[in-house]
Design a protein around this ligand. Structure first.
Ligand code: ADP
Ligand code: MG
Length: 626
């Protein structure tokens, strides 16, 4: 009955090919063997690195190398901030150096001019960094595309010149005579002593960041890169998390600045200018902007390459030119070209990473919504309208859904079904009309506010985080039902709630028949299972009303039958569904009522039998006059 189009069911052979499972990624496939599950190679490398860092100053290592390592630790901090901001969040910033400067100048000024304790100054510096990041983030993070990086360049320049023009900050000479750190009678003047402070803080920040990324907040942050639509539909305020990662990245830079001032014992504006802003970004990208440890690799690479080239090149090429900058530039271009993921992910791609331990069997269930009584009005759509320029994509559409009903929304391709979904769920603003959900006017609410009132949805074009596992993708759905924030995640105080979230995510995956795939990366799934995963994610929000946009597209016959069973089961549990689907057999078997659209208008509404018998509907699909 439906016209063939790009989104309608594919030919059987194509479906079979698409649904055939692709090989699992090597990084996770051998996590099953007990020995490697206990000590996966990646974890072993991390602890070997930490142990080496802890032992180095006790070994006969030349002082020069300890100093180099101090710089690497200092540079890794702002670079780590960029891993979060750029690698995970997707926002390019050239402004990290300015925040390093705020941390450094605060402690330098307060400890020299006012004689305050450096330890107190750390907190003052971080408070100042936080305040300036909040203000700058609030203004600039609403920008998109190339405007945001440009804005970060602008304020890095502005802050740097402010430092250089203030009489009381010593202008271009800066502040001299910054005291060394002291703690419990220990003096940290020597490089091999402050080494421990630098590396303790750098490693603490690294572990805090790793914890953060593996949490409710972390999943929300990682979802930013997938565009705002999906995250907002899961109830996540994307702007809030953009500001949050901007502030965290700035705080990491501020800590580095504080250490820098007490390590060098003097500050001046030049290390906090745009040149360093660019270098921090280089470090993060060259090291591996998607991985926390990549920041250390990048800091080491940049610091060592710069220094070694400075020694080597004059010997080879003579001293009448700064060839090291040229070579360094070429080296970076080669890295970006041949290792776009960065040096560390390239070097460690064969190492196994741990599969998530399934420790949530006896977790408490998450809070659940009280379902409305069967037959109560749930969704009231009144004359909603959407115009795209001259095209009226949705033309005064109206219908009702009562609690416990499954309603189908059908019509030829381009009829306006997906746009209707977007209007109801708040993804698009309406040109007119009204929508009420459980008696509340939701016409002008944003999609995340509507989601909080009990509406969840899937998308015609699957929106998911390909680099997250199936389980993590589904856990995004539980965002609104949980509350741990960034700080508790960094300190790992959120584990009890995380177990509840994963238990719920696994329950929904089981329900949809996908529990076996939970540790796979979502991007490795075929299209059909990806759609099922989206349904599980929507179910994880515990909605009263579920909007499914072509859920059966790309599914095999068996999978469709299973999905049919699941959706019937949901109805029997009191959930309501609005369904767009091209497979008429599926729609007719499942729905209580069907709304038919054509060219944006309401063509008819009735039971499946009435719709099937209607000559007008037949004509709409076959494109003939009626
Ligand atoms: P359906 O889901 O029924 O296939 P859609 O709701 O996707 O149809 O599209 C309805 C009409 O609106 C189509 O003509 C489509 O090209 C148009 N349309 C959809 N989204 C946009 C947009 N963002 N901008 C302009 N036109 C759009
Ligand atoms: Mg559509």
């Amino acid at each position: 009955m439906p016209r063939p189009d790009s989104s309608s069911p594919l030919p059987a052979a194509a479906v079979a090919a698409a649904a055939a499972p692709r090989p699992a990624p090597p990084a996770r496939s051998d996590a099953q063997s007990p020995a490697s599950a206990r000590w996966p190679a990646r974890r072993l490398c991390v602890w070997a690195f930490v142990a080496t860092i802890a032992l180095l100053p006790l070994l006969p290592v030349p002082a020069f190398w300890i100093t180099q390592l101090n710089y690497i630790g200092l540079y890794a901090l702002p670079a780590m901030g960029l891993v979060l901001l750029t690698g995970v969040g997707g926002f390019t910033s050239f402004g990290q150096a300015a925040f390093v400067g705020i941390g450094a100048y605060t402690t330098a000024y307060l400890s020299t001019a006012l004689g305050l304790s450096p330890w107190l100054n750390l907190f003052v510096g971080l408070a100042l960094t936080c305040a300036s990041a909040l203000v700058l983030g609030w203004i600039t993070l609403r920008m998109s595309g190339h405007y945001l990086p440009l804005a970060t360049i602008a304020w890095c320049l502005a802050l740097n010149y402010t430092m250089a023009n203030m009489e009381w900050l010593g202008k271009f000479d800066g502040i001299l005579g910054v005291p060394a750190l002291q703690f419990a009678g220990i003096d940290f003047t020597q490089d091999s002593r402050i080494y421990y402070v630098i590396w303790a803080l750098a490693l603490l920040c690294a572990f805090a960041l790793i914890n953060l990324l593996d949490s409710r907040t972390g999943r929300a942050i990682r979802a930013l890169k997938g565009g705002v639509t999906m995250a907002e539909a899961m109830g996540i305020s994307t702007f809030r998390y953009k500001v949050q990662i901007f502030v965290i990245a700035a705080l990491f830079a501020g800590i580095s600045g504080w250490l820098f001032a007490h390590f060098q014992r003097t500050v001046n504006p030049s290390p906090f200018g745009i040149k360093f802003g660019i270098e921090y970004l280089f470090m993060a990208v060259a090291g591996g902007v998607g991985s926390v440890w990549g920041a250390f690799a990048g800091a080491a690479l940049v610091k060592l390459a710069e220094d070694q080239l400075q020694v080597l090149l004059p010997r080879l090429l003579g001293t009448n030119g700064s060839f090291e900058i040229v070579f360094f530039g070429v080296l970076l271009v080669l890295i970006l070209k041949y290792m776009p993921q960065g040096v560390l992910p390239w070097a460690s791609s064969r190492l196994t990473s741990p599969a998530r331990t399934r420790d949530w069997q006896d977790a408490q269930p998450l809070p659940a919504r009280q379902r409305p009584a069967r037959g109560q009005p749930l969704l009231e759509v009144r004359a909603i309208r959407k115009q795209f320029g001259g095209l009226v994509a949705v033309n005064d559409i109206g219908f009702d859904i009562r609690a416990g009903e499954i309603v189908g929304l059908i019509g030829p391709n381009g009829a306006g079904k997906s746009t209707t979904f977007n209007l109801i769920s708040g993804v698009l603003s309406k040109s007119g009309g009204q929508v009420r959900l459980s008696g509340r006017d939701v016409t002008h609410l944003r999609s995340r506010q509507i989601a909080r009132l009990g509406l969840s949805r899937t998308f015609q074009h699957v929106k998911m985080m390909a680099e997250m596992t199936v389980l993590e993708n589904v856990a995004l759905g539980a965002y609104m039902r949980s509350r741990s924030g960034a700080v508790s995640a960094m300190l790992r105080l959120d584990r009890a709630e995380e177990r509840r979230i994963y238990a719920e995510a696994e329950r929904q995956l089981q329900r949809i028949g996908m529990a076996d795939h939970m540790h796979e990366l979502a991007g490795n799934l075929a299209l059909g299972p990806q759609r099922l995963m989206e349904i599980a994610r929507a179910l994880c929000t515990d909605p009263d009303l579920l909007l499914l946009d072509e859920p059966a597209a790309g599914l095999r016959h068996q999978e469709k039958q299973a999905l049919l069973q699941v959706l019937r089961q949901l109805r029997s549990e009191g959930m309501s569904l609005l369904l767009v689907e091209h497979d008429m057999d599926f729609v007719m078997k499942l729905t209580d009522r069907i709304v038919v659209m054509e060219f944006g208008t309401h063509l008819m509404e009735g039971t499946p039998a009435e719709v099937q018998a209607s000559p007008a509907v037949r004509a709409a699909y076959l494109g003939t006059e009626h």
